[in-house]
Design a protein around this ligand. Sequence first.
Ligand SMILES: NC(=O)c1ccc[n+]([C@@H]2O[C@H](COP(=O)([O-])OP(=O)(O)OC[C@H]3O[C@@H](n4cnc5c(N)ncnc54)[C@H](O)[C@@H]3O)[C@@H](O)[C@H]2O)c1
Length: 489
Amino acid sequence: IQFANAEDKQEFSKYPTKAGRRSLSRSISQSSTDSYSSAASYTDSSDDETSPRDKAQVNTHGSSDFCVKNIKQAEFGRREIEIAEQDMSALISLRKRAQGEKPLAGAKIVGCTHITAQTAVLIETLVALGAQCRWTACNIYSTQNEVAAALAETGVPVFAWKGESEDDFWWCIDRCVNTEGWQANMILDDGGDLTHWVYKKYPSVFKKARGIVEESVTGVHRLYQLSKAGKLCVPAMNVNDSVTKQKFDNLYCCRESILDGLKRTTDIMFGGKQVVVCGYGEVGKGCCTALKALGAIVCITEIDPICALQACMDGFRVVKLSEVIRQMDVVITCTGNKNVVTREQLDRMKNGCIVCNMGHSNTEIDVVNFKQITPQIPNGFKKLLKHVLQHLVESEQKVYPYIQLILRLLSITTTTTNISDPALALIELFNAPEGRYKQDVYLLPKKMDEYVASLHLPNFDAHLTELTDEQAKYMGLNKNGPFKPNYYR
Ligand SMILES: NC(=O)c1ccc[n+]([C@@H]2O[C@H](COP(=O)([O-])OP(=O)(O)OC[C@H]3O[C@@H](n4cnc5c(N)ncnc54)[C@H](O)[C@@H]3O)[C@@H](O)[C@H]2O)c1
């Protein structure tokens, strides 16, 4: 496992958003990224080394307005999208309900998200609702090449492939935004890089833009900073803090992806293992539930007495990390904070202890020091991380396999619940009457959040109880919602 060097950090610091995440992502071994998706590794094994930028490709409709790894993989990507659709009932039902009205007719959306089968379902829903879309990837490793090909084949200009260089990454963003005869009037961003690029290179786009929808913690943070500095030129919608994102993506998706990520990369048994989870927020709760169910002995660290009490009531011991670190087999950080695991604690861990991070960036674990103490892994061992582990454990070297990126990427493969939020946020911003939204950052209206949840219910054959007139009056509610105040989480 190699870590980003000082030059990388300097290079990335030119671009203030998500830099840490990407610099780390570049440093993760190929095996880590291959394990992200079996489909992605299918793509890689059959591909040549030529950069997509040097290839002349045309889809079957004669368009060459895209840049993907290999357009010939479109059919395989289409099958993946169709499978994803089966598990994304909310978006499909939104597509059906709103298709006649075309609420996004006239919207020209430039998007920068992970390009996976799930986001393809989102993109194709936006197109079905009337939008024109151009798309690029928010992460240099997460693109499913065959999915990008399938989108390009249907006529969505996609500029993305798995394993882009830093230069490719910004080139793709630029090709998305800067095209003759077409100007975006909406932005959908995950991480703020696209927004940053438009601000820097094409600020005139904001003269006509109706708004920005942002999906990530980092991107949202930057939008609030812009707003505070009076530099936000258009209304922005923060979908990261929607209830349907936090209570579902963070809790239930992480409950699944933590095991998926750990199993794929380490292949160890969790029954009887001593695990400490730092942070008992939504993500921590999801991780703990999953690990407990496998028979792991889980304890928690917390700074907030309420979350600590919740952990106690759920049957977990609340401890200080320093006091348990020697016994732990697995350490997982879910705080979003910095230096939660310090160099001193790393030094006191068991040989082969697995340290991983579910939080939003590479700050939770003291990565700089971590780099210094991690032994150099020979090239031959990079293919399969588990073999690396085995080798290092056998040779009794101290190793802290750091697998933040894998967990992050795997978590999006299960993120099918909240992906309707950006679609609704785009519809809301695009159709809002003049003056409803100012140049500020807004949360998705509660009613829309409730609507997203309601779209999922038929899938579970769940039937809501309707308020009677008398009950609605008694509670002071509209019978059609919203059913909770904005502050309710
Ligand atoms: N990996 C993924 O797929 C994924 C998905 C969603 C969110 N996230 C990220 O996970 C992180 C946590 O998200 P969340 O929704 O659970 O947030 P949250 O605010 O609900 O929970 C974080 C918890 O960590 C606790 N905490 C803070 N500093 C601590 C410390 N030093 N020691 C122990 N506990 C500490 C807080 O009190 C809080 O309870 C965020 O950074 C978020 O961006 C990751």
